[in-house]
Design a binder for this molecule. Structure first.
Ligand SMILES: Cc1cc2nc3c(=O)[nH]c(=O)nc-3n(C[C@H](O)[C@H](O)[C@H](O)COP(=O)(O)O)c2cc1C
Ligand SMILES: Nc1ncnc2c1ncn2[C@@H]1O[C@H](COP(=O)(O)OP(=O)(O)O)[C@@H](O)[C@H]1O
Length: 245
């Protein structure tokens, strides 16, 4: 997967199919869109592009109050890569960007900068200044784009959203969280002896307690302490570690 920062210096994309969103957690609902965008790209002999935002829009818009995220940017890249997405474009979500009207965003950013031919959106997707854009808006304005709307994906008749999964992780219900994510809860940190630190203060960790997890693919018993440090029984090689719950 190629990763680009911002709209400047993007290459020429071949018949791209695109999707846009925060994609926090890259959960089962997101998966349905990501599979659709991949299939659409293949169907038109082109490549898939995911646009995501950094920082999370709610932070820029001052609506973050205590927000913790399921995925850091590093983790999101890892998860999208595994799904076979061809390109990721990370959009700096600043105040000026948030003021773009829906038509400016679609015309200038999606079509203008990437030549998007197909746009995949979820059932509740909103975009553009004050969230004025939606599937209906796209459908009625055309923009010369094929727009595919993906219906809501539930798991066991339960709504799947980043918010629902955040609540499960906050309660330490890691098996249920993994079920709604459709993959284990991922934490990428840095090991020093038997301690693992996560540098991003926005990363949501499970509450203090003991957990069965995997560290770099090996089963391990892990303690999360009150200072949100992760402690193992064994000494780990120093550096980047991948933990899955
Ligand atoms: C160009 C562009 C501008 C946006 N502007 C706003 C905005 O002004 N206010 C807003 O709440 N969301 C805006 N969004 C939507 C956010 O990306 C995000 O979907 C939304 O903030 C999610 O809100 P929620 O977490 O409260 O559901 C914009 C999206 C795009 C692509
Ligand atoms: N459970 C779900 N089923 C289907 N689509 C979903 C689901 N949850 C989210 N989506 C879609 O995934 C895309 C990205 O979602 P998200 O990152 O939560 O949205 P936003 O960019 O508005 O924060 C959106 O198009 C949204 O409609």
């Amino acid at each position: 997967m190629r990763v680009f920062h911002g709209f400047e210096a993007l290459p020429h994309f071949t018949h791209p199919a695109v999707t846009v969103g925060s994609y926090d957690g890259v959960h089962s609902g997101h998966l349905k869109l990501l599979r659709t965008v991949t299939a659409a790209a293949r169907g038109q002999g082109g490549e898939s592009i995911v646009f995501t935002f950094e920082p999370h829009p709610r932070i820029t818009l001052g609506k973050a109050d205590g927000l913790r995220l399921l995925t850091t940017l590093d983790e999101k890249i890892c998860l999208l890569e595994r799904l076979g997405i061809d390109n990721l474009v990370i959009i700096p979500f600043d105040r000026a960007f948030s003021r773009l009207a829906p038509d400016e965003f679609v015309r200038d950013c999606l079509v203008g900068h990437t030549g998007a031919e197909t746009l995949v959106v979820g059932f509740n997707h909103r975009f553009g200044h004050n969230k004025q854009g939606s599937y209906d808006y796209l459908d009625s304005h055309g923009f010369g784009l094929r727009v595919i709307e993906v219906s809501e994906c539930d798991v066991d008749a339960e709504k799947v959203s980043s918010t629902v999964i955040r609540r499960l992780v906050e309660k330490g219900e890691m098996a249920r969280a993994a079920h709604l994510l459709s993959h284990p809860y991922l934490v990428i940190g840095r090991a020093q002896r038997n301690r693992i630190r996560v540098d991003d203060p926005l990363k949501l960790l499970p509450p203090p307690g003991e957990y069965d997890a995997h560290i770099n693919g090996k089963p391990a018993r892990l303690t999360v302490d009150a200072a949100q440090e992760l402690i193992t029984r064994d000494i780990l090689p120093e550096g980047r570690v991948v933990i899955t719950f």
